[in-house]
Design a protein around this ligand. Structure first.
Ligand code: C2E
Ligand code: CA
Ligand code: CA
Length: 559
């Protein structure tokens, strides 16, 4: 974007006078001299050179039309085609009425009649055109995103409203959200400058597309774009075209995701419709089979359901609708299986929606951070339960609780856990902590730090869902863990699928190398148990022994 001096700055503007007649140059110079800095050129060619040299500083060109070498029309044409120069306003100096229309078409801002008027009129015109052009620049700068030149969010919504009200009252419009997959990685791998170029290229592609479909676009943040345009049957073509060119430039496949809201609902505000389009766009994150998603009834329902859960969670905690169930873990190295510990798993008995499984709300609360509230609740319940059983049966049964990725970033995590343990008269050996493997993959450095500290306090760390994440072998050897929990999907498929079985063997080897025991979860039948025992698995959790049950029911396992 051209950065020009603003009119608020109190400085003399630079004006170029172009005329082949000496007398005319002198005359204008005489009139303007007191208020402006002046440059003079005798023909179009000379003028163009000066304009190029002073493009940043020049506020106005006064241009005669009929000159040798390059005439005024020709110069106007060159300026109009030049991205950097076309913003400089030109006032045409002419005695012929007929030349006015042609000059206007070529982008002239105004005229000064020859022979010259009284000086006041000329000064007024010069002042007004400079002011107008500087106003336009200021408007453009506040309206637009500096990097891509697209509207910024605020003005985008304003213009969308304008289009609604005045142009497209009865037309069906689309609300489109576009996002680049893994943009932070692209920035990291290729550098920020490359990332910027990518964003600019996408913006240019949208602009071209939008000319024909009467639309506007904006960049809302980092790598998220909004488009508002007439309803399109399909966006496949646009997306494919952009991706093809991007692939050619970058030699890597860059993926764009698109979410579209195309329902006709006059009631909803534009912002909400874009929120919905964004939701559709987010739904296909990581789904490489699809790049375009529409906001539909199914999504609408699930969204309303999610919102309901978010609204109700605080009350649920207050009214004790949340319950903790326990699932036993049995040691299988002895002839008779032995109860070793339990996993605490949350349940929500909603007064209207009935029993809700954690699969329906845990991912949701992980997204918005509410999970911390919930985990804290489960930890306290579990610790109190260990205490109660200890008092009742005289044995301490360790219970493992789930620790979410977000909990790890909480600076109070350690103190909170210590306090919970202490308050119930337990030791840190009694509460196991399950952390999923994918959390390790995400920000290994930070996680390892936190986990090390917890281990120093005496907590045992179980790596949950092992085999589902992406931890590399060489990372594994440095991981601070005490137990591996085999991802359930291996167990589920181990009897039918030799590959799953083979993977279990490999994981057992890794565990041996790390010198940690393996817990297999999701064990439902005896054959699974036998085979797992054969390959050296020490602990089993699954329906084979019991589903997660309420604490009263769990007590039968103590007997
Ligand atoms: P997870 O931590 O991997 O928990 C094991 C899940 O497998 C539980 O599902 C359990 O009921 C189920 N399961 C156990 N044995 C079997 C079996 O033999 N067959 C089958 N098909 N399933 C079995 P649940 O309770 O529905 O929990 C699902 C997930 O929700 C958990 O997976 C965990 O990621 C999350 N979750 C549950 N409670 C909490 C909690 O208090 N905090 C956090 N952060 N996450 C929780
Ligand atoms: Ca778990
Ligand atoms: Ca698990």
């Amino acid at each position: 974007m051209i950065t020009k001096f603003k009119k608020t700055e109190n400085r003399r503007r630079l004006v170029l006078i172009v005329d082949d007649e000496y007398v005319n140059r002198e005359l204008l110079g005489y009139i303007l001299n007191d208020d402006y800095d002046l440059l003079y050129a005798e023909n179009g060619k000379e003028a163009l050179k000066m304009i190029r040299e002073n493009s940043q500083a020049l506020s106005l060109v006064l241009l005669d039309l009929f000159m040798p070498e390059m005439n005024g029309f020709e110069l106007l044409e060159v300026l109009r085609e030049d991205e950097e120069l076309k913003g400089i306003p030109v006032i045409v100096l002419t005695s012929e009425k007929s030349a006015e229309v042609k000059s206007l078409k070529l982008g002239a801002a105004d005229f000064i009649k020859k022979p010259y008027d009284v000086p006041e009129v000329i000064l007024a015109r010069v002042f007004r055109i400079i002011e107008l052009s500087e106003d336009k620049l200021i408007i453009q700068e506040t309206e637009r995103d500096a990097l891509t030149g697209l509207y910024n969010k605020q003005f985008f919504y304003k213009y969308a409203q304008h289009i609604n009200r005045y142009h497209n009252k009865d037309k069906q419009m689309d609300y489109v959200v576009v996002n680049i997959d893994n943009f932070h990685l692209i920035n990291e791998i290729y550098g920020r400058q490359f990332g910027d170029e990518l964003l600019k290229f996408i913006a240019v592609s949208f602009r071209k597309f939008l000319i024909d479909v009467y639309g506007i676009a904006c960049r809302v943040e980092a790598d998220t774009f909004y488009m508002y345009c007439e309803h399109q049957e399909s966006y496949e073509g646009l997306l494919e075209q952009i991706i093809n060119v991007l692939t050619e430039i970058t030699k890597t496949r860059i993926r764009l995701r698109m979410g579209i809201y195309d329902r006709q609902d006059q009631e909803l505000e534009d912002e909400i419709k874009f929120d919905y389009a964004k939701l559709a766009c987010n739904r296909i994150k990581g789904n490489f089979a699809t790049s375009i998603a529409y906001y539909d009834m199914e999504l609408h329902k699930s969204q309303i359901y999610s919102q309901r859960l978010i609204n109700d969670i605080h009350e649920a905690i207050e009214q004790k609708q949340l319950m903790v169930f326990y699932q036993p873990k049995y040691g299988i190295t002895t002839d008779e299986p032995q109860l070793r510990s339990a996993e605490a798993l949350i349940r929500w008995r909603h007064p209207e929606l009935g029993m809700i499984s954690p699969g329906a709300f845990i991912p949701l609360f992980e997204e918005n951070g509410l999970i911390q509230l919930l985990d804290d609740y489960v930890w306290k319940e579990a610790a109190a339960q260990i205490r109660a059983w200890k008092d009742k049966f005289g044995v301490t049964l360790p219970v493992s609780v789930n620790v979410s990725r977000i909990d790890i970033y909480d600076p109070n995590l350690k103190d909170n856990l210590l306090q919970i343990v202490e308050k119930n008269g337990l030791t840190t050996k009694d509460l196991y902590l399950e952390v999923t493997e994918s959390a390790y993959a995400e920000d290994a450095g930070r996680l390892i730090e936190v986990v090390e500290e917890l281990r120093r306090c005496g907590f045992k760390i179980e790596m949950d869902d092992f085999g589902s994440g992406y931890s590399s072998l060489n990372m594994l050897s440095t991981l601070p863990i005490d137990v591996l929990k085999l991802d359930m999907k291996f167990v589920r498929n181990m009897l039918e699928d030799s590959k799953s079985y083979r993977l279990i063997e490999i994981i057992m080897d890794i565990a041996k190398y790390l010198a940690v025991p393996v817990v297999a979860e999701g064990v439902e039948v005896e054959e699974q148990l036998k085979l797992l025992k054969q390959v050296g698995c020490e602990i089993i959790q699954g329906y084979y022994f019991s589903k997660p049950v309420p604490p009263e029911e769990f007590e039968k396992f103590f007997e």
